[in-house]
Ligand binder design. Structure first.
Ligand SMILES: Cc1cc2nc3c(=O)[nH]c(=O)nc-3n(C[C@H](O)[C@H](O)[C@H](O)COP(=O)(O)OP(=O)(O)OC[C@H]3O[C@@H](n4cnc5c(N)ncnc54)[C@H](O)[C@@H]3O)c2cc1C
Length: 537
């Protein structure tokens, strides 16, 4: 089985890479995906991410090691395991990040990744509902929608609350500035989830030069010297091998790409040797620099109906289902993160450093992080949440054994810096300020969590440590950079010290961008494929 390119992982980035590399018809491309096809009801219906959140058929369902900053709590990490990867199970919020995030990537030694370089890539992949402008593109595969006409009426109270605090309504949170409150944009088209697979891969799968193998988990990259020449994989219990004449491209995501590198002998030598893995290329940085966004919720009982009133009773579920079937509209056609925004936690901040989420629904009775979207609380309730944009805590992950089917040990090291704790405290205080505005206090019956008794900094910090959770944006474990001692890939995404091997996914991000990261992952897929194709010319 000989190919020009082997792409490992059909997620947000991998779907784009495989699609672009097969576009001109000249290259034979093999795409290996550990999970199944994405043609499933709860994947395609937007609200279905509440169901896939705990479905082992389409989800790797990782768990972190005990996190000291969380009082040794273990955090749940869903990751998509199917065509589309995490873009097939995510909450569909579309945020590109701040211009300064990418300028920082460039300043860290990565030429070609500044905002002026990545904005044209975003514009090229987008089909934005706002139409073509300096900021947005149209006609690309990725339709970006906005659902202000369907947003729950309570979102208006949230916007007025922001305004009272000097945080004005921002019609376009992907425009010139993120600052303000507004409706989130979604990767949803005509009431269906628009994962990277649906947008990029489905059309490409008709090409005869692209072969997509599902339920095919790569277990090792085969090297000749330091040159990657083939990939071993297991499909339905059978061990197979495919050869890559030109390149092997890892798109397995922040957990799996460093895992596969380590399994294949590229990683910290002492770790590999201790597990009996032959060292092909010593790369200490593989698995390091792990960073992620945390979120902290305040839960309110409301005086007015919320989405709970629509989705809790059985007749409400039936009505929502009928509305969806007839018109592809209503709560089933949307993410529950209907509104949000970005703000500066203090006057010293040069740009927004905290993100807000407003969900007109609550699931207070379920443990933190669990998305019981179709089983909300039996009373009117909603959530306000704060999430620091650029945390400073750094963790790492590493394989536990040479067995490719054993999950790696994940040490996210959340809340290990004072500044991260202080930022979440600022976020918590801001949520209280929002709740105390005329607009929101009129609709709040009671703060259920953390509750009115939690007032001192100590009490709030203890609640933050007890209830914060990942919003599933881990990045950085195959960091891009110039120095092979501290990074894994160079600015062209080639693995330092190896030949014909690249990583293209969230793991290459040197720093997590401000906001949700599916859009940056898709952009990285498109830009990474450009880099490969340029070198062929
Ligand atoms: C529950 C959830 C909600 C989220 N909500 C949002 C949101 O609303 N907005 C947003 O912007 N971001 C959101 N995210 C984050 C975002 O979706 C991810 O960060 C992004 O999709 C990651 O892209 P990726 O290409 O790096 O990896 P992934 O999309 O995770 O793709 C990796 C793919 O590689 C496959 N793979 C891994 N190892 C192997 C192997 N050895 N062999 C073969 N295949 C392999 C995996 O099965 C997977 O399909 C969310 C994530 C989750 C999990």
């Amino acid at each position: 089985m000989d190919y020009d390119f082997i792409v490992v992982g059909a997620g947000s980035a991998g779907s784009v890479v495989a699609s672009r590399l097969s576009e001109n018809g000249r290259h034979r491309v093999l795409l290996l995906e550990a999970g199944p096809s994405d043609r499933r009801l709860w994947v395609q219906i937007p609200i279905g991410y509440g169901k896939t959140f705990y479905d082992p058929r389409v989800n790797w369902m990782y768990r972190t090691e005990p996190v000291p900053g969380f009082g040794d709590r273990i955090n749940y990490w869903p990751r998509g395991k199917l065509l589309g990867g995490s873009s097939s199970i995510n909450a569909m919020v579309y945020i590109r990040g701040q211009a300064a995030d990418f300028d920082e990537w460039e300043a860290l030694g990565n030429p070609g990744w500044g905002w002026r370089d990545v904005l044209p890539v975003y514009r090229r992949i987008e089909d934005h509902t706002f139409g073509a402008s300096e900021e947005h593109g149209v006609g690309g595969p990725l339709h970006v929608s906005e659902a202000s006409d369907q947003a729950h009426p309570l979102c208006q109270a949230f916007f007025r609350a922001g305004d009272e605090l000097g945080l004005p309504f921002n019609r376009d949170l992907n425009g010139k500035s993120q600052e303000g409150v507004g409706h989130y944009h979604f990767t949803i088209r005509n009431g269906f989830r628009l994962s990277a697979a649906r947008a990029f891969l489905w059309p490409a799968m008709r090409r005869s030069n692209l072969r997509v193998e599902t339920l095919a988990q790569a277990t090792r990259i085969v090297f000749e010297g330091n040159r990657a020449v083939a990939v071993e994989y297991v499909q339905r219990g059978e061990r197979k091998q495919a050869r890559a004449g030109r390149e092997t491209i890892l798109c397995g995501g922040t957990v799996n790409s460093p895992q596969l590198l380590q399994l294949s002998g590229v990683g910290p030598a002492p770790l590999l040797k201790s597990l009996g893995i032959e060292v092909v290329c010593e790369r200490t940085a593989v698995g390091q620099n792990l960073q992620d966004h945390l979120c902290y919720d305040h839960v309110y009982r409301a005086r007015q109906p919320t989405l709970n009133d629509e989705l809790y009773p059985w007749w409400g579920k039936v009505a929502a289902a009928l509305r969806y079937i007839a018109f592809r509209r209503g709560p089933l056609s949307l993410s529950v993160n209907q509104a949000g925004g970005f703000f500066r936690g203090g006057p010293e901040q040069p740009r927004p450093n905290l993100q807000l989420y407003f969900s007109p629904l609550s699931y207070e009775r379920t443990p933190p992080g669990v998305r019981a979207l179709t089983k909300p609380d039996p009373f009117s309730g909603f959530l306000l949440s704060a999430s620091p944009c650029r945390p400073t805590s750094r963790g790492y992950l590493q394989i536990r054994s040479a067995d490719a089917f054993e999950a790696p040990a994940i040490h996210p090291n959340y809340l290990s810096t004072n500044s991260d704790v202080a930022e979440l405290l600022t976020g918590a205080r801001f949520l209280r300020q929002l709740a105390a505005t005329r607009a929101l206090s009129a609709v709040i019956a009671e703060e259920m969590k953390p509750g009115p008794a939690t007032t001192s900094d100590e009490a709030l910090i203890s609640d933050i440590r007890a209830r914060s959770y990942s919003v599933f944006h881990p990045v950085g474990t195959c960091r891009m950079g110039r120095d092979p001692a501290t990074s894994v890939v160079d600015a062209r995404l080639r693995v330092h010290g190896t030949d014909r091997l690249r990583v293209i996914d969230a793991s290459i991000f040197p720093a997590v961008p401000s906001g949700n990261i599916n859009a940056p992952c898709i952009m990285t897929g498109a830009k990474g494929a450009d880099l490969i194709l340029q070198e062929l010319c």
